[in-house]
Design a protein around this ligand. Structure first.
Ligand code: MIC
Ligand code: SF4
Length: 658
């Protein structure tokens, strides 16, 4: 039962209901929340609809970091809305330019032993300081701000034992890439990864956070490190030593599973296009010509990452054929490299300096050229995510990125070190970080907050109302997709679509845009002309990747009422439920083949079967076949589905007319 582990202890001290037995539904108290602008507007619209006067958490922070291009009124409208909501409801606001939510949260707010729920899948980054930090859909985060506990199935707690010592030029990124290589993008579903062993003693907080960040790519619920003297020194340098508590696993702690990684045996690794688990040693892809390189994203853009990269570039030049960019993870990191000269190293080497924000990671600028190769210190390389459909994106440590930028082709940094005698660069943690608090707006006192008027520009549209689940569902198969469909496939981001996040009517026009540009018209026809439900058929790990609830909300708006898949990714599964779309799993995975596009489908007594916990029989009326499906839903999720979604469910609970 994993008693005595760090994760177990934190969950136990926050348990509101249920038993900490893997697979059982538990509810936990949430101490902190975070939102970012791209998911935040919707989360706060939903929070407003809950009719609460002020957030009920210990701390809630609203970050503006994703959507920074401001090509017209839409982004600034959203930012202004977010700023007014923060003032009205007792929320901290991190202004645009202050950095990426996860980086900044670790720096300024993350606290060992506490819980954090964030409307972004990389929220587990804060696990690097010993907190249980979980990514969720905006609606779940809104509910947590309204004082609701967070419901989840108790995950297994997997101990990752790090033994040995990282060889030179091998980094934290290679540890998590090694786990991805072994376990794949669905290997972490239903699991918490807890790191322990001698090897953790060498890892600084930013390095630990690189690892917990990319636990999201494993599909894990979260990842966590103990809170030790390294955590203490980091928090002290952030001027927050009082936030430190020690959190270690008990000597007799037992994990549900243990994975061992001998750090001494690792070498520089790289994830090849188009999946973070497509990992090979760098030497295997050496020589591939590179068009662009970028260091940034919430994974690897801390002060430590930037300083190492800058020192590698000292007195060197980026290869003439390569465009090299740096997007510092936070203003704090940018300030530090400015102080210690790293910024000048970048500039002299010929780097482009981008804003402290997500930027290229979700295709908000700096897209690669057609068919181009881009090597990035990021966490996701899904096809098309960079903004260029046929680009090939590789993911690696900042060291591999810089070495490749200098060489002009992918290269193992150890080779370059031999050739050009690049010394191994160790970075000392500063004794005092620049806190950068000028970029935060603290919450207003209650009385003053009540006077604040919420700003709503023309880009902010009211949420559509959704009806309850019908007793029986009659529908049509309007899309069939394969394995590992990401939320970037379902609801793409990028400079064109991201500004529409606060306008569900407009953004729903882009559902599955790059996969099947006809889908939206087809779905509307089924919804409006045939008055039927749209049904999507999917493969394994359906909905992996981001937490964006728009990937459930927009399909629901288009009339999707059920997704039948071989298996689901955790956050998307929860988002489907939250928006009243029934996630069904094939009992026999071979039955996936029993559907074709346009098949007429009937699910008789759907609601009754859910209520009674019975198997669901989907009738393919076109072929006459009956397909048996199961579902992985807790009693609460079933009542949410019956109500037509979580917002209806919460309103009903609070006695508000739906
Ligand atoms: C991502 O990395 O895909 C994002 C953009 O940060 C998303 C959130 C979003 O879509 O707004 C995530 O990871 O949850
Ligand atoms: Fe931003 Fe990329 Fe991190 Fe998502 S993964 S929060 S887009 S930097």
């Amino acid at each position: 039962m994993a008693k005595g582990t760090v994760a177990y202890k934190i969950l136990q001290s926050h348990l509101v209901s249920g038993k900490l037995i893997p697979g059982e539904e538990i509810a936990i108290k949430i101490d902190q929340t975070l939102t970012q602008d791209a998911t935040g507007t919707m989360a706060y619209l939903q929070f407003e609809a809950m009719g609460v006067d002020r957030v009920k958490t210990e701390l809630s922070v609203s970050y503006i970091d994703h959507n920074m291009l401001q090509t017209d009124f839409k982004n600034p409208d959203d930012h202004k809305y977010l700023m007014s909501v923060a003032k009205r409801y007792g929320i901290w606001l991190s202004k645009p330019g202050n950095g990426i939510c996860h980086q900044v949260h670790v720096e300024r707010f993350a606290k060992p032993g506490k819980t954090l729920l964030g409307s972004d899948s990389h929220t587990p980054t804060s696990g690097g300081v010993g907190m249980i930090a979980i990514g969720a859909g905006g609606l779940d985060v809104a509910a947590a701000m309204a004082g609701e506990p967070f419901y989840l199935k108790m995950p297994k707690i997997v101990g990752v034992k790090l033994s040995g010592k990282l060889p030179e030029w091998v980094t934290a990124k290679d540890i998590i890439l090694e786990l991805l290589r072994r376990l794949t993008v669905k290997g972490g579903v239903g699991k918490i990864f807890e790191y322990f062993g001698e090897g953790i003693k060498e890892l600084s907080v930013p390095e630990r956070s690189t690892i917990t960040n990319m636990g999201a790519e494993l599909g894990a619920t979260t990842s966590v490190f103990p809170s030790d003297e390294i955590t203490r020194a980091y928090l002290k340098a952030q001027g927050r030593e009082e936030d430190w508590v020690e959190l270690q696993p008990d000597p007799d702690a037992e994990y549900d599973e243990v994975i061992e990684i001998n750090l001494s045996e690792l070498e520089p690794l790289i994830a090849c296009p188009h999946s973070p688990d497509n990992v090979v040693p760098v030497r295997e892809v050496e020589g591939i010509k590179v068009d662009q390189v970028v260091i940034g994203s919430c994974t690897n853009s801390s002060f430590v990452d930037l300083t190492r990269a800058a020192r590698m570039l000292h007195n060197r030049k980026v290869h003439p054929d390569v465009i090299f960019a740096v997007a510092p993870g936070s203003k704090q990191a940018l300030e530090l490299i400015t102080q210690d000269g790293g910024l000048l190293d970048f500039l002299k080497a010929g780097a482009r300096i981008l804003e402290s924000a997500c930027g290229p990671c979700i295709g908000m600028g700096y897209a690669p050229p057609s068919g181009g190769v881009s090597v990035r210190s990021f966490n996701r390389n899904f096809e098309g995510r960079s903004g260029t459909p046929d680009a090939k994106v590789y993911l690696a440590s900042p060291e591999v990125c810089v070495a490749s930028a200098i060489a002009g082709y992918i290269i193992d940094p150890r080779k370059l070190a031999q050739k050009e005698n690049i010394e191994w660069i160790r970075v000392q943690m500063p004794e005092k970080f620049p806190y950068g608090d000028e970029a935060f707006i603290p919450p207003l006192p209650e009385e003053e907050a009540r006077e604040v008027e919420i700003y709503r520009g023309p880009n902010i549209k009211k949420l559509p109302d959704f009806d309850e689940l019908p007793e029986s569902l009659s529908g049509e198969v309007s899309l069939i997709v394969g394995d590992n469909i990401t939320t970037d496939h379902i609801m793409p981001a990028g400079a064109k679509i991201l500004p529409l996040r606060s306008n569900i009517y407009a953004i729903s026009e882009y559902v599955y845009h790059y996969v099947d540009p006809e889908f939206v018209q087809r779905a509307k026809k089924v919804r409006d002309e045939k008055a039927k439900a749209n049904i999507i058929v999917g493969g394994e790990n359906y909905g992996q990747g981001s937490s964006r609830e728009h990937a459930a909300l927009a399909p629901r708006f288009l009339g999707v009422r059920a997704v039948i898949a071989k298996s689901f990714a955790r956050i998307h599964h929860a988002n489907l439920v939250n928006f009243g779309i029934v996630p069904l799993e094939f009992l026999n995975k071979e039955d996936y083949r029993k559907f074709s596009m346009g098949d007429e489908v009937e699910i008789p007594e759907l609601a009754e079967s859910l209520r009674g916990g019975k198997e669901i029989v989907v009738v393919n009326k076109t072929t006459g076949e009956e397909i048996v499906c199961r579902y992985n839903l807790t009693p609460k999720q079933i009542s949410v589905l019956l109500a037509g979604g979580l917002l209806n469910w919460i309103k009903r609970k609070q006695g508000v007319e739906v």
